[in-house]
Design a protein around this ligand. Structure first.
Ligand SMILES: C[S@@+](CC[C@H](N)C(=O)[O-])C[C@H]1O[C@@H](n2cnc3c(N)ncnc32)[C@H](O)[C@@H]1O
Length: 385
C-alpha cells in the first residue's frame, strides 16, 4: 500500500515533519506531494494539509478515460456502499461522463469540483474524496482519508484570551510542527511567552515545563492554557471519531532567563527536549538597516550560546529552536530584496557536544515565512552526539 500527503506552503517542513512522525523515509516528493510506504495521521502534524491512500498509478502516456473510469467504478462497486456520498477533484480530461459512470457504480450524492483539490469545507461535507495528481510521468489516483482541521485551529486561535502582537504570535500549526521535530513527549520551552508552543501540541505531548524572563507573561500563559484545555476537550479536533485524548500537563512555570536554566527548580531536565520559538528580537518596520539587524543578532547569539551551554550542563539531549531571519531584506542601493540569514549559526554549538541535524533538503535549517511577514523563522535542531 502506498500513501500520499499534500505538503503545506513550506514543503521542506512538511517533509521533515512527516519523517519525524512516521519514523520512515519518503519514496518520492515534489514541492506539493510526498509518496510514502507508511501512513501518518494528518491531524497529528502541523504542516500536512491532507493525505490518504493511493489506489492506482498510471503512466501519463498510457492513461485513457475509459481505463480511468473503469478503475474508479470498480473501487466504488467493491466498497459495500462506503462511497454513497463521494467527491472528485480530477484532471479536466478525466471528468467527461464521470457523473454517469459513478452513479452507475452505486454512488448517490456526487460532487465533482473543477479545482484540482477540495478545500476543508468540501471535505467536511462529504468525507470521501478522490483526487488525481501527477508526479513526473505518472498520474496518481488517491483517496483522501484525513484532512487537517482548519476550523479547529482557527477556533483555538480566537478563543485564547491572551494574544500579544508585540511579542509576536507564532502560527499554531508551525508551533505544532516544531513540537513534532522531537519524539520526546516531555517538552521544555524556556522562551514560553504566552504559551502557544505548548497549546499547539497538547494532544501529542505529555509534560511541559515553561519559563520566560518576563514574569508578567506567566499568568497569561496560565489563562491561555486553561482555555486551551476546554477547546481541546471538545473532541472535534480530528473530525473523525477518536479515542479520548489525554492532554499534556504543565509541570512547572518559572520566571527565569534561558541562560539560567541550570537554576530551574525542576531537576529532571535530562528527560526533556527543548522546543521553542526562542526570542526573535525587535519587530522592524519596512526595511531595517543592516546595523539594526546585526545588533539584534548579536544579542540573540549571546543568549543562545549561553542557553546551549547550560542545556548541556543539565543533560538536555535535543533542542529545537528558531532564529530570526529577514525574508525580504533590501541591501542599501539595491532595489532587489533577498533573504538575510544569520551568520552565527555555526558559533552556537561550538565547544559543545551538540550537532545540527539536517532538516532541509540541502541545509541544516528550514526557512519559514508567511506572506508579507518581515521576520521569518529559521528552524534548527541540535542533538547531543
Ligand atoms: C517571540 S516571544 C515567544 C512567544 C511564544 N512562542 C508564545 O507563544 O507566546 C519571545 C519570548 O522570549 C522572552 N525572552 C526574551 N529574552 C529572554 C531570555 N533571555 N530568556 C528567556 N526568555 C526571554 C520574551 O519575554 C518573550 O516572551
Amino acid at each position: 500500500m502506498k500513501y500520499f500527503y499534500r505538503l503545506g506552503h513550506i514543503p521542506e517542513l512538511g517533509k521533515i515533519e512527516y519523517k519525524s512522525v512516521s519514523e520512515s523515509e519518503i519514496e518520492n516528493s515534489t514541492t506539493k506531494w510526498i509518496i510514502t510506504d507508511n501512513s501518518v495521521n494528518t491531524h497529528k502534524t502541523g504542516s500536512l494539509v491532507f493525505g490518504g491512500v493511493v489506489h492506482h498509478i498510471w503512466n501519463q502516456k498510457t492513461l485513457n478515460l475509459k481505463d480511468f473510469q473503469k478503475t474508479l467504478s470498480n473501487i466504488i462497486k467493491e466498497s459495500d456502499g462506503k462511497y454513497k456520498k463521494v467527491g472528485f477533484a480530477v484532471l479536466p480530461k478525466l471528468r467527461n461522463n464521470l457523473l454517469q459512470q459513478i452513479k452507475k457504480a452505486g454512488a448517490k450524492k456526487i460532487n465533482i469540483i473543477s479545482r484540482s483539490e477540495p478545500n476543508f469545507g468540501n471535505w467536511k461535507g462529504l468525507k470521501h474524496w478522490f483526487i488525481t495528481f501527477s508526479i513526473d510521468d505518472k498520474i496518481y489516483l488517491g483517496e483522501i482519508t484525513s484532512f487537517s482541521n482548519q476550523e479547529f485551529w482557527a477556533k483555538l486561535d480566537t478563543k485564547l484570551p491572551h494574544l500579544d502582537m508585540k511579542r509576536g504570535i507564532i502560527n499554531l500549526k508551525l508551533a505544532r510542527s516544531l513540537n513534532n521535530l522531537t519524539k520526546n513527549k516531555n517538552v521544555y520551552d524556556p522562551f514560553c511567552g504566552q504559551g502557544r508552543l505548548l497549546i499547539s501540541a497538547m494532544d501529542i505531548k505529555t509534560n511541559y515545563i515553561a519559563s520566560d524572563i518576563d514574569e508578567e507573561v506567566l499568568p497569561e500563559l496560565q489563562k491561555n492554557y486553561e482555555k486551551a484545555v476546554q477547546v481541546w476537550t471538545n473532541k472535534w479536533q480530528y473530525i473523525e471519531k477518536n479515542d479520548d485524548i489525554k492532554l499534556a500537563t504543565i509541570n512547572s512555570i518559572e520566571a527565569i532567563g534561558a541562560q539560567q536554566i541550570d537554576t530551574l527548580k525542576n531537576d529532571n531536565l535530562k528527560d526533556f527536549s527543548i522546543v521553542t520559538e526562542g526570542y526573535l528580537g525587535k519587530t522592524f518596520g519596512k526595511n531595517p538597516k543592516l546595523k539594526e539587524i546585526t545588533e539584534q543578532w548579536e544579542k540573540i547569539k549571546n543568549i543562545w550560546i549561553n542557553t546551549i551551554r547550560k542545556s548541556e550542563e543539565v543533560g538536555i539531549k535535543e533542542i529545537v529552536f528558531c532564529l530570526p531571519y529577514y525574508p525580504s531584506y533590501r541591501p542599501p542601493g539595491s532595489n532587489k530584496v533577498e533573504p538575510l540569514i544569520p551568520d552565527f549559526i555555526q558559533d552556537l554549538n561550538e565547544g559543545t557536544d551538540y550537532q545540527y541535524e539536517k532538516l532541509g533538503d540541502e541545509t541544516e535549517y528550514i526557512l519559514y515565512t508567511r506572506k508579507d511577514s518581515r521576520t521569518g523563522h529559521l528552524i534548527l535542531k541540535l542533538t547531543k552526539r
